[in-house]
Design a protein around this ligand. Structure first.
Ligand SMILES: Cc1ncc(COP(=O)(O)O)c(C=O)c1O
Length: 392
C-alpha cells in the first residue's frame, strides 16, 4: 500500500511550492498518465491517417485490430464504473455529456425541467437554454442549509414534482457546497412517478466507489479529468439502454443517427489521446489501492472539516455521509460576505501564501472548498488554517 500525503507529489508535475487544495476545480493528471498520453500522441503522429481514420473508431477496415482504440479504452472505463460497454461513451467533459441529453429531450410548452439551486452554474444555464428554446419551464428547487440528513434533500425535490415534470437534473456531488447527494433515493422517487433523472457526476469517478447502473437513473454524465486522473479533456456519458435511441451528440457529424456508441465515437476531428489515456489513470488508482485512496481522501476531508471549523470558530452543519473527498467549510464571519471579498482573499492566499483553493461567497458569508487528494495532508490544511486566521 502507498503512503499517502506529501510524498505522493512525486507522481505529479505540481509545483511543490504551491499548496494545491483545488483538485476538484482543475484536476491534475499524474506524470505517468501524461507520459502515456504523450506516447499515444507520438504513435498517432507517425501515421496520423491510420490512427485517426481506421484505428480510432473502426470506421474504415483495420484487419490488424479486433477492436477500435476508443472501444478498448471505453470498455475499461465502463468496467470501472460498473457499466456494460455498450452503455457508455466518451465525451470531452461532463458539460458536453449533460448538454447532449438536455438537447435530445422532446420538450414543449407546459413541460418542466427541475434542477436544484446547488447545481453548477453552467449546467443551470444549459438547462435554462433548452427550456427557452422549447417553451418549457425551468424549475429551480431551493435546498436549505444546514442539512440534517438525506431526507432534507429528497423531500423538497419530491414535493416539487408535478405531472408536468419531464426531467430532474441532479448532482451526484454538488460543486461549491461539495455535498454527496442521495441520488439513488431521488431516482427511486422519480421512477415511481415516471420522471427521468439526469445526473451530473462531475466529481464522482475516482473520488468514491461508483456503480452507475445501480443508481437507477436514466443518464449519468461525469468527468474523468478531475478525480479519475485522466488528462483533460475526458468525460463520460452513460445512458440506460431504453434511453439510447433518442439520444444525440450535441454536434452533428458523421455518426449522426447511427446508434448511441457510433454517434458519439464518429465525431469531428479532435485529439482523442486524453480519452485513450484514461485507462492509465484507472490503472494507477488500482495500483495505489482505490479503496485506500477513497478512505484517505474522505478521512482528510473530514479532518479538514473538524480542524478548520475549530480553528476559525465556525460550524459545519452537514452529516458525515454527505462528505466525500472534498468539503466546503464556512470562514469566520469577519472574513467578508461578498464575491469581491472572496476574490480578494483567494488572490491573497495564492500570491502571499501560495495556496490554491476554491473560495467563494454563498448565502451571506464566505466558504472555502478544500479538495483532499492523496498528495495532500494535514500540513496543507494547517497552512490554510493559519493563512485565513491571520487575515480574519
Ligand atoms: C458539479 C459540476 N458540474 C459540471 C462541472 C463542469 O465541468 P467541465 O467544465 O469539466 O465540463 C463542474 C466543474 O467543476 C462541476 O463542479
Amino acid at each position: 500500500m502507498s503512503t499517502f500525503g506529501r510524498s505522493m507529489l512525486e507522481h505529479w508535475l505540481l509545483d511543490p511550492e504551491c499548496t494545491y487544495l483545488n483538485h476538484a476545480t482543475v484536476g491534475a493528471p499524474p506524470r505517468r498518465v501524461l507520459q502515456k498520453q504523450q506516447a499515444l500522441r507520438d504513435e498517432m503522429e507517425r501515421q496520423p491517417s491510420r490512427f485517426l481514420l481506421r484505428e480510432l473508431n473502426g470506421h474504415q477496415p483495420m484487419p490488424w485490430r479486433t477492436a477500435s482504440r476508443l472501444r478498448e479504452a471505453s470498455d475499461q472505463v465502463a468496467t470501472f464504473v460498473g457499466s456494460s460497454p455498450e452503455d457508455l461513451v466518451f465525451v470531452p467533459n461532463v458539460t458536453t455529456g449533460l448538454n447532449a441529453v438536455l438537447g435530445s429531450l422532446p420538450l414543449g410548452p407546459g413541460d418542466e425541467v427541475m434542477i436544484t439551486d446547488l447545481a453548477y452554474g453552467a449546467i443551470t444555464l444549459a438547462a435554462g437554454a433548452v427550456c427557452t428554446r422549447s417553451g418549457a419551464t425551468l424549475r429551480t428547487v431551493h435546498l436549505e442549509y444546514p442539512i440534517r440528513d438525506a431526507g432534507d434533500v429528497v423531500e423538497p425535490i419530491v414535493q416539487a414534482l408535478t405531472p408536468r415534470t419531464k426531467l430532474v437534473v441532479i448532482d451526484h456531488i454538488t460543486a461549491l457546497t461539495a455535498l454527496v447527494l442521495p441520488v439513488k433515493a431521488i431516482a427511486t422517487e422519480c421512477r415511481a412517478r415516471a420522471v427521468p433523472v439526469l445526473v451530473d457526476g462531475a466529481h464522482a469517478p475516482g473520488s468514491r466507489p461508483l456503480n452507475i447502473p445501480s443508481l437507477g437513473v436514466d443518464w449519468y454524465a461525469a468527468n474523468l479529468h478531475k478525480w479519475a486522473h485522466a488528462p483533460r479533456s475526458c468525460g463520460i456519458l452513460w445512458a440506460a439502454p431504453e434511453r439510447q435511441s433518442l439520444l444525440h451528440a450535441p454536434v452533428v457529424s458523421w455518426g449522426h443517427d447511427s446508434g448511441f456508441r457510433d454517434e458519439f465515437e464518429h465525431t469531428a476531428t479532435a485529439d482523442p489521446t486524453s480519452c485513450l489515456a484514461a485507462p492509465e489513470g484507472i490503472a494507477l488508482l488500482r495500483e495505489w489501492d482505490f479503496d485506500a485512496c477513497v478512505q484517505y481522501m474522505h478521512g482528510l476531508a473530514w479532518e479538514a472539516a473538524g480542524m478548520l471549523t475549530e480553528r476559525w470558530r465556525t460550524t459545519l452543519e452537514i452529516p458525515r455521509e454527505m462528505v466525500g473527498a472534498m468539503v466546503t467549510v464556512p470562514l469566520p464571519q469577519d472574513a467578508g460576505t461578498t464575491d469581491a471579498d472572496a476574490e480578494r482573499l483567494r488572490l491573497a492566499l495564492l500570491l502571499d501564501d501560495h495556496i490554491e483553493v476554491q473560495l467563494h461567497a454563498w448565502r451571506g458569508r464566505l466558504w472555502t472548498r478544500v479538495s483532499a487528494q492523496i498528495y495532500n495532508d494535514g500540513q496543507d490544511l494547517a497552512r490554510l488554517a493559519d493563512a485565513v486566521a491571520r487575515r480574519s
